[in-house]
Design a protein around this ligand. Structure first.
Ligand code: NAD
Ligand code: IPM
Ligand code: MN
Length: 388
């Protein structure tokens, strides 16, 4: 029997609650389709950090790299300063394994009402292809308190900052120093983004290949060259250049503000939506909401090495421990993961089980997020049972 080694990082808040249900779905698919899963579980997240002071050690990264795939619930907790766990765990994993695609499909279900009513027979079937390693996410920057303290770089009473930076990617390395001079009494923050030709090329190819596979004639690029010309002007030009290899598929460049406007008025208007990192984060939450809720938004961080599957949503501390979390996003991530490791029949069983669960359940049997009364575990059990 085939066996897969899967790294599992449940994380914080509702992360562990939804991860359990995703594991159930994988196990059910394994029993039905004849494969086994060995879960390698990691404790990283707020509780571990608060207890042991450890965020994500290199030894764990090395071990994870030997797994066939990874599943992550969510990280981030009000007891820890924002960014420590998110950057220290989630972004570290994305960058370390050069997971350059964040693939976030958004599909609506017939039986789940969308906040913007769709015309009869129209369904949302979009996919955000988010560049996942560049843009303002690179972490290059500093904060300067007045007059002289500085958390990351060096500051001096004359107002200067001087911060070294380094980014290692599979395709290239970037390093240098960020230097600037502020008025001595001016507290300020400085952060830069980077977008590179190889970075744009690989995500553009991925988006256009996907559009081709989906039989679509257009890819929309979320941009903002009118206000941020260096970064997104370059993005537009480089995307056009890379898209020239696909003469049958049009590239439509749209400012991200207008894109959000149009999506809110007509959620089903696009197929593949190509986004730089920051806009992709925002647009994917919007699309999840338009399909019915964040608890339906699945995603995968895809690279040439270890790929990691995690819902679009976060740790939702406002509902953690209440049973209100909708685990369907995590369960749909399990399907994406199985597809990725080559168990496409198992993936299909999970996708179909979710669809039939949603379409066949009367309202009270649906997840609380979708207006029903079913707890996280009840939803997970119902889907696992349908998988067979
Ligand atoms: P969030 O996605 O956690 O929550 C936003 C809203 O959606 C909340 O009201 C929440 O209750 C609701 N929600 C989210 N997922 C849900 C689900 N499955 N079922 C029902 N309702 C759901 O975003 P936030 O509040 O901005 O972030 C909370 C924490 O999560 C922060 O620490 C943030 O940094 C972190 N975060 C982590 C990830 C990740 O690990 N992948 C992603 C996003 C946010
Ligand atoms: C996401 C999250 C992360 C992101 C945060 C937690 C760093 O919002 O996965 O969408 O911005 O990518
Ligand atoms: Mn997000």
């Amino acid at each position: 029997m085939k066996s897969y080694k899967i790294a599992l990082l449940p994380g914080d808040g509702i992360g562990p609650e939804v991860a359990v249900e995703a594991v159930k779905a994988v196990e059910a698919a394994g029993s039905r389709h004849g494969f086994q899963t060995e879960w390698v579980r990691y404790p990283f997240g707020a509780a571990h950090y608060n207890k042991a002071g450890e965020i994500l050690p290199d030894s764990a990264l090395a071990e994870m790299g030997l797994c066939d795939a990874m599943m992550l619930g969510a990280v981030g907790d009000p007891s820890v300063k924002p960014g420590i766990l998110e950057r220290g765990i989630l972004l570290k994993l994305r960058f370390r394994f050069d997971q350059y695609i964040n693939l976030r499909p958004a599909r609506s279900y017939e039986s789940v009402p969308c906040p913007i009513p769709l015309p009869k027979g129209v369904r949302i079937d979009s996919v955000v292809v988010r560049e996942n390693t560049e843009d303002f996410y690179m972490g290059i920057g500093t904060t300067r308190e007045a007059p002289s303290s500085n958390s990351e770089g060096s500051a001096n009473p004359e107002g200067g900052v001087d911060v070294p930076f380094e980014a290692e990617r599979g395709l290239y390395n970037l390093s240098g120093r960020l230097t600037a001079k502020f008025d001595p009494d001016c507290a300020a923050a400085l952060q830069i983004g980077a977008i590179t030709r190889p970075g744009v090329q690989r995500v553009t190819r991925y988006a256009f290949d996907l559009a081709k596979k989906r039989g679509e004639k257009e890819v929309v690029l979320a941009s903002k060259a009118n206000a941020v010309p260096f970064l997104y002007g370059f993005l537009d030009e480089e995307t056009k250049r890379a898209a020239a290899a696909y003469p049958d598929i049009a590239l439509k460049i749209q400012n991200v503000d207008a894109l959000c406007y149009h999506l809110a008025r007509n959620p089903a208007r696009h197929g593949v939506i190509l986004c730089p990192n920051l806009f992709g984060d925002i647009v994917s939450d919007l699309l999840s909401a338009l399909t019915g809720g964040l608890g339906l938004g699945a995603g995968g961080n895809i690279g040439d090495g270890l790929s990691m599957f995690e819902p679009v949503h976060g740790s939702a501390p406002d509902i953690a421990g209440t049973g209100k979390a909708n685990p369907l996003a995590a369960i749909l991530c399990a399907a994406m993961m199985l597809d990725h490791i080559g168990e496409s029949a198992g993936a299909k069983s999970i996708d179909e089980a979710v669809a039939s669960y949603l379409n066949e359940s009367d309202e009270p049997a649906r997840p609380i997020e979708l207006g029903g009364a079913a707890s996280c575990r009840t939803v997970g059990d119902a889907v696992a049972q349908k998988i067979g």
